[in-house]
Design a protein around this ligand. Structure first.
Ligand code: SAH
Length: 388
């Protein structure tokens, strides 16, 4: 059987340079190839015409640019687009484009286009192993990690679709808030952030690349020695006994340890940046004014802002969770604001096509034995704590 060719998509520039060094070529070849792949969106090595014919011939034998196949996008009336990205293992994850409030935006901002964002919400795993009680993705089971090419490929495909639709701004922000827990697919996610921020690729600033985690404490600590991209933490509860139920990972990494890891990460961010705390509001579960006050106490002295997400229902929910009414949401928010905690309310977008937070399911063939093996391995991994 022919040996698998190296996929150049998603390879960080430094690694691409060593790749070329390994075949006796100069480092600038990496620049050339990256421009072709990410700027010109060219995947055919033969079409990379500033590279000599003989080098192209050799390159084609050992390498290729393999992009995940995107299904047709489904567009919601509020401008959100959802794609299925097919993996090489025959499964599919979801990728969601959230353009800044496109309905009515032009009217409200005449002539202004510069600050308008195109946020892409990408997946990092096929399904998820964490099984948070209020999230549809966890109910699908888990079937493995995406490769860095499959992660970067989501951004590559979405930005190509934007360009084809005449939107020249491209992807301005990327959030790892799709399917999966990014910190449990650590190295591929790191490599992907490297490419997203590289000027020869997507050139997105570190402030506009956000890794969202349910709280894998040792990996948050590791992360700070590699990068200073923006961090979001899925908090959802101000007390351990409640968080243990909503985010089972909390039983391994309780709030005190999680907040310590956040403080550690903040040290690498500089004074002006903060961590986003995501808080999904579920009626009668975590949305009382007393919960808000507990949350404010918990976050006192931490450079954090709270992002409130009204619960999005999904068919597999067995807990009967509901979204609180607008008055309860407003009371929760104002309690936090009055206590001095910066708090934003995330508008629900894309829910009519199942593209809102926590609604992403894709096509995950959960093989239970695989899931069991994974969980055993994960438990072992989670026991190896990193010393700060
Ligand atoms: N595993 C990572 C990445 C997923 S991010 C993490 O937990 O952060 C997706 C965000 O949407 C998380 O904050 C998640 O808690 C939230 N979410 C999940 N299900 C939801 C639902 N049904 N309604 C609203 N928000 C939800």
């Amino acid at each position: 059987m022919a040996e698998a060719k190296t996929n150049l998509l998603g390879m960080p520039r430094a690694e691409l340079e060593s790749f070329f060094a390994g075949v006796g070529e100069k480092p600038y070849r990496a620049d050339q190839v990256m421009r072709w792949i990410y700027r010109a969106k060219v995947t055919d090595i033969d079409a990379m015409t500033n590279i000599s014919r003989s080098l192209r011939g050799h390159l084609k034998e050992i390498a290729e640019v393999r992009v995940p196949v995107f299904g047709a996008g489904r567009r919601s009336s509020d401008g959100v687009v959802k794609w299925l990205a097919h993996t090489e293992q025959g499964q599919a994850v979801e990728t969601v484009l959230i353009p800044d409030a496109s309905v009515g935006w032009e009217e409200a901002n005449p002539g202004g286009t510069t600050n308008r964002r195109n946020t892409l919400c990408i997946s990092s795993q096929v399904g998820c192993s964490l099984d948070c009680s209020f999230c549809a993705t966890g109910k699908q089971g888990f079937n493995g990690n995406l490769t860095r090419a499959e992660i970067v490929g989501q951004v590559w495909q979405a930005s190509r679709e934007l360009a084809e639709g005449g939107d020249e701004r491209g992807i301005t922000n990327v959030v790892f808030m799709g399917m999966g827990e990014p910190l449990l697919n650590f190295q591929p996610v790191l490599d992907a952030t490297d490419v997203l921020m590289d000027d020869l690729a997507f050139g997105i600033s570190k402030r506009r690349v956000t890794i969202s985690t349910a709280g894998v404490v040792p990996r948050i600590r590791d992360l700070s020695s590699h990068t200073d991209v923006s961090l979001a933490v899925s908090l959802h509860a101000p007390r351990d006994e409640l968080r243990n139920i909503l985010v089972p990972l909390n039983r391994r990494y309780p709030l005190a340890e999680l907040l310590d890891a956040c403080r550690h990460y903040l040290r690498g961010l500089g004074d002006r940046r903060s961590i986003t705390m995501e808080y999904t509001l579920i009626e009668g579960v975590n949305d009382s004014v007393a919960d808000a006050l507990d949350l404010a106490r918990l976050l006192a002295g931490l450079r954090a802002k709270v992002n409130l997400i009204p619960f999005n229902p999904f068919p597999e929910d067995r807990n009967g969770y509901r979204r609180p009414d607008p008055k309860r949401i407003a009371d929760f928010q104002s309690s936090l604001l009055n206590a001095g905690v910066a708090t934003m309310l995330r508008t629900t977008r894309g829910d009519e096509i199942g593209a809102a937070c926590g609604q992403l399911t894709g096509t995950v063939h959960d093989r239970t034995r695989r899931r069991m093996r994974y969980l055993a391995g994960e438990a072992a991994m989670l026991q190896t704590r990193t010393v700060p």
